[in-house]
Design a protein. Structure first.
Length: 309
């Protein structure tokens, strides 16, 4: 059906396993968007949330981008609007705005440079040390970057992903104590990421078995680990790809309820409907897309994009 439309199906790591299994490519949002720009197909069916499909359209302006349900939003992207960003910039004239790719096209267009969870430190390090930085929208990723760069002039927006924020330090502590010899993969968006680092410094969990990783880096780590068990602190859809990458390791969630209701709005039935009808098409104003594209291209220019989430 996809071939008859000259379409390629892209699925995010947090999608339902049934969606991941029928997709042509599975990955994080930026990797998929960059792939969308390079494939020969003229139509992109993006099984993910809306800002991801927007990013694909930004990087592939001449292709038709379809999302199976346009209502599939993102609690993190929704924490800041372009108007709010303009007001924040007015309070800090001359500051460099660093936007996580988990933002809308309008917010990207108001930003100077984008980042991913795996290259956020590199992006901020590329900015002169005496330059103020406005980092948005994820406060947990911002805290991680501030900790890694020792930067005192980085200001963070108080946004969070409701799923990652819901993976608490208490969840982390309980999981680690139940499996003391397990490895631990923690996404930097998680509310427990700071606790994980504090627990390693205090000796409560072994530093050599604790890893703060983007989704792409989690997959890389999973392919080479010899661990008996890995506890994973991120959205539970990621477990499907980790288990496919390494069947010899037992991957288990730190919080089994960490499921994104927006990601799960893309069902097999809606995917079939999208292939049959070409709905819902994602459109981005060309002027906004051009400015947002500049912010993404500036990120790529300073180094490898890395994993988007």
């Amino acid at each position: 059906m996809a071939a008859s439309r000259n379409a390629v199906i892209l699925a995010h790591n947090y999608q339902l396993p049934q969606i991941q299994d029928v997709a042509d490519h599975v990955g994080d949002s930026l990797a998929l968007s960059r792939l969308a720009a390079s494939v020969s197909e003229t139509e992109i069916i993006f099984a993910g949330v809306h800002f991801m499909a927007e990013t694909a359209k930004i990087l592939s302006p001449d292709k038709r981008v379809i999302i199976p349900d346009a209502r599939a939003g993102c609690s993190l992207a929704d924490t800041i609007t372009a108007d709010q960003l303009r007001a924040w910039k007015a309070e800090h004239p001359g500051a460099t705005v660093v936007a996580y790719v988990n933002t809308t096209a309008e917010v990207k267009a108001e930003s100077d440079i984008c980042c991913t969870s795996s290259n956020a430190v590199e992006v901020v390090d590329s900015i002169p040390a005496d330059q103020e930085v406005l980092f948005l929208p994820d406060m947990f990723l911002a805290a991680h970057v501030k900790r890694m760069t020792n930067r005192t002039n980085l200001h963070s927006w108080l946004g969070e992903c409701h799923v990652h924020a819901g993976i608490s330090p208490a969840d982390l502590q309980a999981a680690v104590h139940a499996d003391a010899d397990a490895e631990l993969y923690v996404h930097p968006e998680c509310g427990c990421s700071t606790s994980a680092l504090w627990m390693t410094s205090a000796g409560d969990i072994p530093a050599e078995r604790t890893h703060i990783l983007s989704t792409g880096a989690m997959l890389d780590q999973a392919r080479t680990t010899n661990a008996r068990k890995v506890l994973v602190a991120t959205e539970i859809g990621m477990l499907h790809q980790l288990r496919r990458a390494n069947s010899g390791t037992d991957f288990q969630p730190v919080n089994s309820q960490a499921s994104c209701r927006f990601m799960k709005m893309i069902t097999p039935e809606k995917l079939i409907t999208a292939l049959q009808t070409g709905q819902d098409e994602v459109l981005v104003d060309p002027e906004i897309a051009a400015r947002a594209r500049q912010a993404v291209e500036r990120m790529v220019a300073i180094g490898k994009p890395g994993g988007a989430e």
